[in-house]
Design a protein around this ligand. Structure first.
Ligand SMILES: NC(=O)C1=CN([C@@H]2O[C@H](COP(=O)(O)OP(=O)(O)OC[C@H]3O[C@@H](n4cnc5c(N)ncnc54)[C@H](OP(=O)(O)O)[C@@H]3O)[C@@H](O)[C@H]2O)C=CC1
Ligand SMILES: O=C1O[C@H](COP(=O)(O)O)[C@@H](O)[C@H](O)[C@H]1O
Length: 524
């Protein structure tokens, strides 16, 4: 059976964990978004699986509440019935092999109604220790037999280290082929992450400069204002390294550093991404001390509100060593990137929610300008979240002066005026269509674990220091020292809604010297 289909083919989507948080906050709203934007043809059915013994009408009400609360598109009551009419709930214990008979019969019934059998998607929005039993039972019960077209969509975390990820993969592979497995990294569904390849490969302006001859360093930030929320039982085991670095941060490194693929097709793109991970310098446990910083938030103030420290959060060990912040200096040791540091940082309880990639170009020779120290660097900022945009910082002559240089900013907002689709909408649609470009292949996952595992081991084995930072700050001082050892600094993160880019940069005098006047070119 082909895994790549067009989206007019009828399909049945089985969501395991249909009564859970992920289904309510992301999956049902995403399905509704696709439905309302006419991206789903009318031939589909959704079978929700959970343990709770609820009836159909309670399930329908739950989906309604979830969509009303979390969807970017408001519920159109007149159309609601034709949407929810496709949903059916099955209560079963996924560990019980016998229970899959009922699932098979419900899926079969739905396919009969749709008039086509054998195009089945299974979404595992359940705890990872259930992935193995579920995929085994799906196969042995015939719900996902070799004779049907099937795809498996799996949530993170995919293991907690390389050996556990490998074991999990082997389990799943007993029932599904690699091409049938869609491993979610929701960052790959974000509009501006997908835009990186277009920005890079559709502009003659950038590609010739995209290398170690012209780029001084690259800085990738994913900061959050939220703390651990109610996820302590997961987060205490994961920490920021597993939660954010192993997946989302490395994905951003890959998208930024990859070579142009031979074709814009799934495997060619994924091959190039994997090559970046192969070239990523792996730190010995001893080197970790010099290149990686781990931090944990103490109490502080975020958005004007006092918040507790991580160790005071509910269900967190009062002596927890779990990191809520990681900063690292990475190197992609290939011809293009030799010597260019990729500085990455991610943390919770920071001053702003921001995900961005900043390309800092090399300084111009100090021959003509900079006599007054007024020549700043050229920056290209790719803003991923929550604002989406591209920003460039250039130098130009200050109006009315002889040769005084001022920074000017060019800004493009990607989601001003029109909201971008949610990451889960894009990813669900891709999975329905059998396009796995923006899902992670097993070799990506395994190499990412092989990169982060020695870091975790070094922290544990050498008892490397955990640095503390006040909630509401940009992280521990050690993260600044990490860059200072190269004579570099974190570039300021700016808030496009609050101030123009040049003003924000002005606040970092090490970057750009006083600005009195600047045009801001905006395209929205
Ligand atoms: N929530 C999120 O934003 C994100 C979650 N994830 C991952 O997605 C997965 C689900 O997370 P989340 O929705 O938050 O978890 P929840 O705890 O909210 O939901 C778990 C779901 O699994 C069902 N379930 C548990 N055990 C069984 C069983 N034996 N048989 C049948 N159903 C069972 C529950 O059913 P019932 O409630 O009826 O008992 C419930 O629907 C996890 O792997 C998580 O790490 C990943 C990224 C983000
Ligand atoms: O996967 C995760 O991502 C979120 C951050 O995602 P974003 O889309 O809001 O940037 C993070 O809060 C969470 O801890 C992590 O599991």
């Amino acid at each position: 059976m082909p895994t790549h289909s067009d989206n007019s083919l009828p399909f049945v989507l089985v969501i395991f964990g249909a009564t859970g948080d992920l289904a309510k906050r992301k999956l049902f709203p995403a399905l509704y978004g696709l439905y309302r934007t006419n991206l789903l043809q009318h031939h589909f059915a959704v079978v929700g699986v959970g343990r709770s013994p609820i009836g159909q009408s309670d399930f329908h009400q739950m989906v309604h509440d979830a969509v009303r609360t979390h969807s970017r598109i408001s519920v159109e009551e007149r159309e609601w019935m034709s949407f929810i009419g496709r949903f059916e709930y099955v209560s079963l214990d996924v560990k019980n092999a016998e229970a899959y008979k009922e699932l098979l019969s419900v899926v079969g019934k739905k396919e009969q109604e749709l008039g086509r059998a054998g195009n089945r998607l299974f979404y595992l929005a359940i705890a990872p220790d259930l992935f193995g039993p579920v995929t085994n039972h799906l196969k042995s019960s015939g719900v996902a037999s070799a004779q049907v077209g099937k795809r498996l969509i799996i949530e993170k975390p995919f293991g907690h280290d390389y050996p556990s990820a490998k074991a999990l993969n082997e389990q799943i592979r007993q029932s599904f082929e690699e091409e049938e497995i869609f491993r979610i990294d929701h960052y790959l569904g974000k509009e501006m992450i997908q835009n990186i390849e277009v920005i890079r490969f559709a502009n003659s302006l950038f590609e010739p400069l995209w290398n170690n001859r012209h780029i001084d360093n690259i800085q990738i930030t994913a900061s959050e204002t939220v703390g651990v929320e109610d996820r302590a039982s997961y987060y205490e085991q994961a920490g920021a390294l597993r939660d954010m670095v192993q997946n989302h941060m490395l994905q951003m490194v890959m998208m930024t550093a990859m070579e142009p693929p031979s074709r814009l097709n799934t495997e060619a793109i994924r091959d190039e991404k994997v090559k970046v991970l192969r070239s990523l310098r792996r730190y010995t446990e001893e080197e970790v001390r010099h290149y990686v910083v781990r931090g944990q938030y103490r109490e502080g103030t975020v958005n004007g509100k006092p918040v507790p420290g991580y160790r005071q959060e509910p269900n967190v060990n009062s002596e927890s060593l779990t990191e809520t912040y990681v900063a690292a200096q990475l190197y992609v040791d290939n011809f293009r990137w030799a010597g260019v540091p990729f500085y990455i940082r991610t943390g919770k309880r920071m001053p702003k929610k921001v995900t961005e990639i900043v390309i800092r170009f090399k300084d111009m020779p100090n021959i003509y300008f900079n006599k007054k120290g007024d020549l700043g660097p050229n920056l290209l900022i790719i803003r991923i979240n929550p604002e989406e945009g591209i920003y460039m910082l250039l130098n130009a002559k200050k109006q009315g002066t002889d040769r005084d240089v001022i920074p000017i900013a060019m800004e493009f907002c990607n989601n001003c005026g029109q909201e971008s689709p949610e990451a889960y909408e894009r990813l669900l649609l891709d999975a329905i269509q059998g396009d796995s470009t923006f899902f992670t292949r097993w070799d990506e996952v395994s190499l990412a674990w092989k990169f982060v595992d020695p870091i975790r081991k070094a922290w544990e084995r050498f008892d490397l220091p955990l640095s503390f930072y006040a909630a509401g700050s940009w992280g521990p001082d050690e993260a600044d020292r990490l860059l200072a050892q190269n004579g570099a600094k974190w570039l300021p993160v700016y808030d496009p809604q609050a101030q123009p880019l040049v003003q924000a940069v002005e606040q970092a005098p090490h970057l750009v010297h006083p600005v009195e006047q600047f045009p801001v070119l905006t395209r929205g």
